[in-house]
Design a protein around this ligand. Structure first.
Ligand SMILES: [Zn+2]
Length: 346
């Protein structure tokens, strides 16, 4: 029995023993079932690109405060969108970016859920204090497996393969200096340079076996780590991370580590912080929707909490910016937040 298989069996045993339901996991959901070569990774339950667009248009029709705009096209000609809530140009502005990597979809599902929430009465006060921009699924060609390279070896079933790279085989999150791809050009020309943005959260998914303090993480976070970032921008990033950490960690099921990331400015977390003076935060959720490596993909049993983790993150940060509490967020947790490590295999 491989360690992952044994682990999945243990999780199932816990589920059966406690009679836990999807509504309230009795175990830490960061430790939820993961792929061990036996669970089907079914991509058909994820929204297709067309379904993402349909939901954006549906919410646009329902929500007077929401404005939907096409910012460009992907390599294969798919429209790229920004969903905008701009109540007052003088308000601070946050951008949420998802799925630069096409195989990291649950953050997009969470962002759509967040947009839906913004249309309900509960969120009305929030929009008076913060401008919100959401760019969901920046890499739709990768998300739909409509790419100019072979799709051999991908694990997921369900009639759809999801790839990290765009249709040209380029990692969009290494293109933020040269901006050679149409997707990164659309983002920089029609979002980054078009609005006065203060904060950005770049949402991703990582592998399934990262842990902190002996417990698998539900995600990990990191601020810009290039030496060229302005101190005030870095401080804003750390405060943004503080709001996220408090929101997720206080759930009991969320468990975050410090992401181990490089200093290259081709990465949005670094490059966008330097080029535009935006306080950026990287959030890497646990497990990908598809990959060629078993240790990277996560079964759909974990979808619920990861979508919830995204919604919680977006909601908490929008509220903290709207009411100004982000300005006094305690960043001291960063001094002790351990870097995540990879769980050793047996
Ligand atoms: Zn990613």
């Amino acid at each position: 029995m491989t360690s992952s298989r044994k682990f999945a069996a243990l999780s199932l045993a816990v589920l059966l023993t406690t009679g836990a339901t999807a509504a309230a996991p009795a175990f830490a959901v960061g430790e939820g079932p993961n792929y061990g070569g036996h669970e089907t990774i079914n991509t058909s339950i994820l929204r297709s690109y067309d379904e993402v667009v349909a939901e954006l248009k549906n919410q646009d029709a329902r929500q007077p405060a929401l404005e939907l705009e096409v910012i460009g096209q992907s390599v294969k000609g798919r429209d790229l969108y920004v969903a905008k809530y701009i109540s007052n140009p003088d308000n601070p502005t946050i951008l949420y970016l998802t799925q630069q990597h096409g195989n990291e979809q649950l953050t997009t599902e969470g962002a759509l859920e967040f947009i839906k929430h913004l249309g309900t009465g509960k969120s009305r006060g929030v929009l008076e204090g913060v401008n919100i921009l959401v760019v969901p699924m920046l890499n739709p060609d990768g998300a739909m497996g409509d790419v100019n390279f072979p799709l051999d070896g991908y694990i997921a079933d369900g009639g759809r393969t999801l790839t990290r790279a765009n249709a040209n085989g380029v990692d969009l999150n290494r293109d933020h200096v040269n901006k050679l791809q149409p997707e990164t050009q659309a983002l920089h020309n029609n979002v980054m340079r078009a609005y006065d943005i203060d904060y950005m959260i770049d949402l991703h998914h990582q592998g399934t076996q990262s842990e902190r303090d002996g417990r698998l993480v539900s995600g990990s976070i990191l601020y810009p780590t290039t030496a060229n970032v302005a101190p005030a921008v870095l401080e804003g990033s750390k405060r943004l991370g503080s709001v996220v950490f408090d929101a997720v960690d206080s759930t009991g099921w969320g468990h975050l580590g410090r992401y181990v990331g490089g200093t290259a400015e081709t990465i949005s977390r670094n490059g966008i912080a330097v080029e535009y003076g935006i306080s950026t935060l990287l959030f890497e959720m646990r497990g990908m929707s598809d990959n060629t490596a078993e240790s990277a993909v996560l079964g759909q049993k974990s979808n619920g909490y990861l979508i919830r983790q995204t919604v919680l993150t977006l909601d908490a940060t929008a509220r903290a910016i709207a009411d100004g509490s982000i300005n006094s967020a305690d960043t001291s947790f960063w001094d002790t937040l351990a870097e995540q490590t990879t769980r050793p295999t047996e």
